[in-house]
Structure formats: structure tokens, C-alpha cells
Design a protein around this ligand. Structure first.
Ligand code: PXL
Length: 253
């Protein structure tokens, strides 16, 4: 059985972070490992508190896990501290891990800051060079590039800039764009993934999309095929979404 590892935040509401990643891995037939980089207090209305896990303890979780199992792919989500980015990058290099997916989580859907001030720089310098693919949304792409990313042209400029940090592929997800939700893929060439925007607010879409890519890469699916299949997976789980609380909808696998 193929194995995928997520290093991410703990979401008690079950819609994002580690919980979402494990559900995606399971539904795509991949055995999931998870390392907690932060614990959040949140419900479907939003995040109220965050307890970042001490970097030394993230290292301990990773080291003991990697001394026993070798993941076929690895995803990072909410890492919070720049030191934790460096620790994850060091262990990825030490174990020569491949199929690295980074969802550069910076803020929650409800607008709460999910990382330190130095997190964007640390991700660009230490983590992006190791990545097969990074999946910023338009807000994250704006913070990471200093550009105002909200049009087709600015998405293209941001993608080119982000690829210069070293990832093999950049996907800027357009779910927060006005009008149609298109994602821009740049792997040296531009590819557009079209999608119909559904009504309502959804929690965990970025986590689920990047986790699906991670699962498919673990299975040995070629990158662009993994990306296209993950977009189809998104359409499916968005259509099956549930509203377990009074706030955002959660994707169902
Ligand atoms: O959607 C970004 C995200 C990632 N990881 C965790 C989260 C959130 C948003 O709330 O809570 C744990």
C-alpha cells in the first residue's frame, strides 16, 4: 500500500488540516501519516485560537516516523513557524523524499492569520526549492509575491515569480476569484483548469485539493494528470458537501 504524509494543523471541526488530509488519503486508497505542526480551536464559523507545536517536537514526530516508514509523497499545510519550515525541509532532504506538495497556508477562510511574520520568506527560500508543486490561493500568492493577484494576467505574473523559487509546478487556485473559479497551472507552460463556482462558503478546499494531488502522486500518477484528476475530485466532493454546524460547508468524501 502506498503511503502519504501530511505535516499540518489539527482542525477539531474536521473540515481542514490533518483531518481533511487523512479523509482524502483514505478515500483515494492511500495510507495516511500525519504530523501535527499546530493545534487550532475552531468551529465551522472560524478559528479562535492557535497553539503552534514546538519545532523540536515536530522534528521528533517526523524523525521517529521516518525511521520506520518511507512516505511515497508528502504534503505540508499549516506549519506556522519559520523554524518548523526549516526543520521539515531538512528532513525532506535528509531522507531524499520525493513528491513534495506545499499548500502555503497563511490565513484561514475566515481571515485569521495562521502563520508567523517570517513564514512566507522561509517557505520561499527553504521549502519551495524542494517542491514538486505548490498550491497558493490568490491571497497567498499576493503575500508571497507582493503582487495584487486577482486577474488572469496577475495570476500569470505571480506564477512565473513563484516558480523561480524552484518548485517544478505552481498552481494558483482561483476559488476566491469573482465570477468563474479557474485555477492556473504553470510548469514552464500555462494550463487552465476551469471549474464552475458553487454557491456558499466552503472550509478546507485548499487542504482537500492539495491532499488529493499528494495522494495521486503517491500512486505514481504523472503530475499534470494528478492535478487534473484532483480538480475532478474537487467537483465531486464540493457537490457532496455537508453543513454540520451553523457556519461554512465542509467537503464530503
Ligand atoms: O484552510 C487553511 C487551513 C489549514 N489548516 C488548518 C486550518 C485552516 C483554516 O482554517 O484550520 C488546520
Amino acid at each position: 500500500m502506498k503511503i502519504a504524509l501530511t505535516i499540518a494543523g489539527f482542525d477539531p471541526s474536521g473540515g481542514a488540516g490533518i483531518q481533511a488530509d487523512l479523509k482524502v488519503f483514505q478515500s483515494l486508497g492511500i495510507y495516511g501519516l500525519s504530523v501535527a505542526a499546530a493545534v487550532t480551536a475552531q468551529n465551522t464559523r472560524g478559528v479562535t485560537d492557535i497553539l503552534p507545536i514546538d519545532t523540536q517536537f515536530i522534528k521528533k514526530q517526523l524523525s521517529v516516523l521516518l525511521s520506520d516508514m518511507r512516505p511515497d509523497s508528502l504534503k505540508t499545510g499549516m506549519l506556522y513557524h519559520e523554524a518548523s519550515v526549516a526543520a521539515a525541509a531538512r528532513l525532506i532532504r535528509k531522507h531524499s523524499l520525493e513528491n513534495i506538495v506545499t499548500d502555503p497556508v497563511l490565513t484561514s477562510s475566515s481571515g485569521k492569520k495562521l502563520g508567523s511574520r517570517y513564514l512566507p520568506d522561509a517557505m520561499k527560500k527553504k521549502l519551495f526549492p524542494l517542491c514538486t508543486v505548490i498550491t497558493p490561493n490568490i491571497y497567498e500568492a499576493s503575500v508571497l509575491t507582493g503582487l495584487d493577484v486577482r486577474t488572469n494576467a496577475s495570476m500569470e505574473r505571480a506564477a512565473v515569480q513563484l516558480k523561480s523559487f524552484g518548485p517544478r509546478c505552481v498552481i494558483i487556485t482561483g476559488g476566491h476569484l469573482k465570477g468563474n473559479a479557474m485555477d492556473l497551472v504553470y510548469d514552464g507552460r500555462f494550463h487552465v483548469l476551469k471549474g464552475r463556482k458553487l454557491k456558499g462558503d466552503y472550509h478546507g478546499t485548499g487542504c482537500v485539493f492539495s491532499a488529493a494531488i499528494t495522494a495521486l502522486l503517491a500512486q505514481g500518477t504523472p503530475l499534470l494528470e494528478a492535478v487534473r484528476k484532483s480538480k475532478l475530485f474537487m467537483n465531486r466532493v464540493l457537490n457532496k458537501s455537508v453543513r454540520p454546524g451553523s457556519g461554512m460547508k465542509i467537503l464530503a468524501m
